[in-house]
Design a protein. Structure first.
Length: 438
């Protein structure tokens, strides 16, 4: 891999005598992977930087071989629903990025008019909720508004990312008065698979209606958890509709049977479901019905997880895993017969494509940024607080033995991380989706 001015300029047979003045990086026994692209991260900055923040998020990312993060529009204050808010985000990143960062805008009721300005300002697309988002400043869309947002994004040529759980089904599943809030079964019952199925079906129907009117809108289901919803995704794709889906390390590596009552570190929405559900998600990845793996890193201050009370209904719903994704997913993937090439597709190429960054990121190819990772696929290690670079060390993966370790991480040809140390100063950049991107 020959690098010049931060980009790959050749992929060729190794020369024993490279041109004079060339710096040579010997990978040794490590595998060279493209820098990962994580398209679903809540950095919560500005406004709730005490929950995470750009510096700690990008530092944790680089330690785990992630060279591009795409920031979610909510949990920061203000949420990224206007160009002013996007500008405030970019301002807050100054001098604090250990990897590159791009941004999703937010689609909230009555603000469809902002989507064009956000896209023109470089947002990669927009995110919307069909269920309550967990924060009051980011309201959910009802079906008609979702159609409007899909059409707006479709006309702009950017994807709409959707938190796909039907609020009306969640309302019906609300735990009864006096339900045992410490019981994981209570939380599972409160977020039934049917809510995901219903919401994905609605998305497919709206995409079909728009297609019939000549609007090619693209929708992406974030953090798909319920295997029952996969047939809805597959049906839409068979009909030629541009519907894609992601799942997350916690749905692929954890299962409901292992979650102890009161263990609110495992709370997220939609929830971590049973072992059989997990197997079905892996099959869907293998078949391409799920196209990518994203962290949905959604940390909070430890107090909000209500760890002492173990209250699944009151605790913040979100799982922190930034920096661990590659090892977590590889541990499980290698056991199931998948390859590092599969991981590179799920965690680099496809997420770069979703965010419209595929001419810059996502592969070890000539012309793309020289973002790469030296990865030792056979090394085993245990997740402990001192190995975490996120602001808080509250994660369900503490104490877990994993396989595969990032030795070094390079951003645009420059080493930013090696064996537990960071190099130089933060030199990450804010990225914009290119006009006319996929
Ligand atoms: Zn999220």
């Amino acid at each position: 891999l020959r690098v010049e001015a931060g980009r790959f300029v050749a992929v060729e047979a190794y020369e024993t005598s490279p041109p004079r003045g060339t710096e040579v990086v010997e990978a040794g026994d490590a595998v060279v992977l493209p820098g990962l692209v994580d398209p679903h991260v809540h950095m919560n900055d500005p406004g709730r930087a005490d929950w995470e923040g750009f510096e700690t998020a990008t530092r944790a990312a680089a330690s785990g071989g992630v060279t591009t993060l795409v920031d979610m529009p909510l949990n920061s204050l203000p949420p990224t629903t206007t160009v002013e808010a996007l500008d405030a985000k970019r301002e807050a990143t100054r001098g604090r990025l250990w990897c590159d960062v791009a941004f999703w805008g937010g689609a909230v009721p009555g603000a469809e008019g902002e989507l064009a300005a956000l896209a023109a300002a470089g947002a990669c697309g927009a995110k919307a909720f069909l269920a309550d988002s967990g924060v009051p400043e980011f309201p959910r869309l009802e079906a008609p508004d979702l159609g409007t947002a899909l059409e707006a994004c479709g006309r702009l040529g950017v994807p709409l990312l959707v938190h796909a759980e039907s609020q009306s089904l969640l309302d019906r599943a609300r735990p009864p008065e006096g339900a045992d809030a410490r019981s994981y079964a209570t939380w599972l019952a409160a977020r039934p698979a049917a809510a995901e199925v219903e919401a994905v079906r609605l998305l497919g129907r709206l995409l079909a209606e728009l297609a019939a009117r000549g609007v090619r809108a693209r929708a992406h289901v974030v953090h798909l958890s319920a295997a029952q919803a996969l047939s809805e995704v597959a049906a839409a794709r068979r009909a030629g509709l541009p519907l894609s889906a992601e799942t997350c390390p916690h749905y692929l590596c954890l299962e409901a049977e292992q979650v102890a009552d009161g263990a609110t570190l495992f709370k997220c929405a939609p929830p971590i479901r049973e072992a059989a559900n997990r197997d079905a998600l892996w099959e869907a990845l293998a078949k391409g019905v799920i196209s990518l793996v994203a962290s949905d890193h959604s940390p909070s201050p430890p107090a909000l997880k209500l760890l002492e009370r173990g209250d699944f209904l009151g605790a913040w719903g979100g799982i922190a895993s930034l920096g661990l994704g590659l090892s977590l997913v590889w541990t499980e993937a290698s056991r199931r017969g998948h390859t590092l090439a599969d991981l590179a597709r799920w965690m680099s190429r496809e997420p770069a494509r979703l965010a419209g960054l595929e001419d810059q990121k996502g592969a070890l190819e000539v012309g793309r940024d020289a973002d790469f990772v030296l990865f030792d696929p056979g090394a085993t290690w245990t997740v402990t607080p001192e190995r975490l670079w996120t602001r808080h060390h509250v994660t369900p993966y503490g104490g877990r033995a994993v396989r595969g370790q990032v030795r070094a991480c390079y951003l645009r040809g420059r080493r930013v991380y090696q064996d537990g140390r960071f190099d130089g100063a933060p030199a990450g950049a804010c990225l914009s989706r290119r006009e006319g991107g996929a």
